[in-house]
Design a protein around this ligand. Structure first.
Ligand code: PRX
Length: 638
């Protein structure tokens, strides 16, 4: 791939040198950019695989995102909020500070204390970051659930985190429709007696049923004091839990701390986005995912930046919405996903070309590999060949970005499709099956060799699973679950997941979670789920289902699709369900996913000597052939 030489402006070699000399001292220096109530006694307490950063120090995330800006930036816009239906609202740093303190006092009035968990199920409205920062202010741990998840998924998460307080809204707008969030919450908590109150923001004003547990946001906030000092919290106090899919049937609660996480975000936001006081930063991620936590809420606000927060769908009311927003707010930094870009690119160049996008100076991509042709389109049509593109690799577990070009720190030639190099202070390697470094240009497993400040504390309530999932494959190395290679120039190229986690529109979906949902239908005997390449979403889900004897497949696809929507949510809807009589299995009874994947991707199927029954392969192969034909005919079920 050819390089794109674009001057990124800065060249600070000292920072990298310091990080290479002593990564612990390096991160201690970065942490000093934050406001601490009391200094730490020990920078890193590392009892592998548990890292505790800035031991003994006390800090508060809400204080560092709001209070610290009151002297110089009180009247600066923090959030430029754009509603899907065209409404808008500007919240200054002072507005946010007041609202957050009022809501923190409101939570206290309901008995919420330091250490309690609070579940937030809200659309992209200002009350969402206000709720998060209010929790952080009093030391409650927030757990935000993406508003596309179903009642059953929410129930699991509320039950796992034992949140006594849930925050939701009457509804949320999506492509002009109202999603009835309150009804979904009612359904999810109906058997959860420990839920004490549901706080309801009135966003859409649709009719809702209010029970004795429900309290309207506005009523709760009425006559509440707007002074609530931020609680000094231990650096490793849990800031939030964010559930994410893995290879087991149950989502994992990734737990992040405070001081380390904020240090990671403060540093990476500055290095990667080269943030200046005059910037208008627009990250399109929903706050329900980690990108939204780190780079819509915490990262920009730590820096006192102005951010654009958009409520709705990127193509509503028409395909020009993103470009309209950039023009309207004179956005300077735009951070989005390859899925969004592939969709926007499909609509043609005339649409972006008819808007003034010249305010842009830096572009970013996150969540999945970006195909070089999309990269080039982004560079040429959106960035007008003058904006560097940072391709940022990271995960819910890493807290902040880990591999990226860093325009705020150094100049580096870009190669479309590569994230370039790791950030200073983290050591990333590509290794073979037994953990030896592989030579340049060789595909291997991506590992992280040292603890870093944004890393997860553990999995909520399950230290053993944390050890098993991330730290058991290689001693003392974090196993990311991604294939990658490093080229001769030291650039990293991400090559997809090593496990059974799919990336659909950049969102993680565990095949095991989906299979256990399908198999729990009384007519289903077995199921196997895999991904196939999709031009827009990156991957699309295909499900193979073996029905119980005597059951016919009539209408079963519709029933199963509905069940998946009910149990997990619309984001996990397969593109196609295929009914077969058997699945390819090893003689020991394990489904051969490698084989399903290979057939799905039109690759050679390799060694099948361990296969129990070759007929299953033939059946799956012909199923795929039919499927390819029907995919061309049928419109996407999602
Ligand atoms: O497979 C990698 C992919 O997304 C996974 C992490 O997903 P999640 O926890 O949902 O976080 C997404 C947003 C940070 C990774 O294991 N991934 C993320 N960024 C990239 C990527 N793959 C390729 N290139 C990227 N820039």
């Amino acid at each position: 791939m050819s390089e794109i030489n674009i001057g990124l402006g800065n060249n600070d070699t000292k920072t990298r040198r310091e990080a290479e000399t002593d990564f612990v001292a390096f991160w201690a220096k970065q942490a000093k950019n934050l406001s601490w109530f009391s200094n730490w006694e020990k920078t890193l307490d590392w009892h592998p695989p548990f890292a505790r950063w800035f031991m003994g120090g006390t800090i508060n995330a809400s204080y560092n995102t709001l209070d610290v800006h009151q002297q110089n930036k009180a009247n600066k816009p923090s959030i430029l909020w754009e509603g899907e239906n065209g409404e808008s609202q500007i919240l200054t740093y002072k507005d946010m500070w007041i609202q957050v303190q009022k809501f923190a006092n409101s939570l206290k009035s309901l008995g919420v204390k330091k250490g309690d968990r609070v579940t937030i199920y809200l659309p992209m409205i200002p009350e969402l970051p206000i709720s998060m920062l209010a929790c952080a202010r009093i030391g409650a741990t927030h757990t935000v659930i993406f508003s596309g998840f179903s009642a059953a998924s929410i129930k699991d998460r509320i039950n796992d985190s034992k949140s006594r307080i849930v925050i939701t809204s009457d509804g949320g707008y999506r492509r002009g429709n109202i999603i009835h969030l309150k009804e979904i919450i009612d359904e999810s908590i109906k058997d959860l007696d420990f839920v004490q109150n549901v706080i309801v923001v009135e966003r859409t004003k649709n009719k809702i049923h209010l029970s004795s547990k429900d309290i309207l946001w506005n009523e709760l906030m009425h006559n509440v004091s707007d002074t609530c000092p931020a609680e000094p919290l231990d650096s490793n106090h849990p800031l939030y839990i964010l559930y994410t899919s893995g290879t087991t049937g149950k989502p994992k609660g990734v737990l992040h701390g405070t001081g380390g996480y904020l240090t990671h975000l403060h540093s990476t936001f500055k290095w990667a986005f080269d943030i200046k006081d005059s910037d208008v930063f627009f990250c399109t991620a929903d706050i329900g995912w980690v990108t939204g936590h780190s780079y819509v809420v915490y990262g920009p606000l730590l820096h006192g930046a102005t951010l654009v927060m958009y409520e709705g769908a990127p193509d509503f009311p028409d395909e020009s919405r993103m470009w309209q927003i950039i023009q309207k707010y004179k956005v300077t930094i735009f951070y989005t996903t390859p899925t969004a870009l592939r969709m926007l690119m499909k609509f043609g160049d005339d649409i972006p070309n008819s808007f003034d996008l010249l305010s842009l100076r830096l572009l970013g991509s996150v969540g999945e590999p970006i195909n070089p042709e999309v990269w080039k389109w982004y560079f040429k049509i959106i960035g007008k060949e003058k904006c560097p593109i940072i391709d940022t690799w990271w995960q819910t577990e890493t807290g902040g970005l880990m591999i990226s070009a860093l325009p705020g720190l150094e100049t580096i030639p870009l190669k479309p499709g590569s994230g370039t190099r790791p950030i200073p202070g983290v050591i990333i390697a590509i290794v073979d099956e037994v953990g030896n470094d592989v030579p340049p240009n060789t595909k291997g497993y991506l590992v992280i060799r040292n603890p870093w400040p944004g890393m997860l504390l553990t999995l909520w309530g399950d230290d053993q699973k944390y050890r098993d999932v991330y730290w058991s494959k290689y001693p003392n190395s974090y196993y990311a679950g991604d294939y990658a290679l490093q080229d001769a120039d030291g650039y990293f190229w991400l090559l997809g997941r090593t496990d059974d986690v799919l990336k659909v529109s950049g969102h993680r979906i565990g095949t095991a979670e989906l299979e256990s949902c399908i198999v729990s239908h009384h007519n289903v005997a077995e199921s196997a789920v895999c991904g196939i390449p999709d031009v827009i979403k990156g991957e699309a889900i295909i499900a193979f289902v073996v029905l119980k004897q005597s059951v016919t497949s009539n209408n079963m696809d519709k029933e199963l699709l509905q069940k998946i929507r009910d149990d997990i949510g619309a984001i996990a809807t397969p593109k196609q369900i295929y009914f077969v009589t058997k699945l390819p299995k090893t003689r020991s009874g394990k489904i051969m996913r490698r084989l399903l994947k290979a057939i799905a991707n039109g690759e050679t199927i390799g060694d099948v000597t361990t296969l129990e029954d070759g007929a299953a392969v033939t059946e799956i192969q012909s199923a795929f052939k039919e499927l390819q034909k029907s995919i061309q005919k049928k419109s996407d079920l999602t």
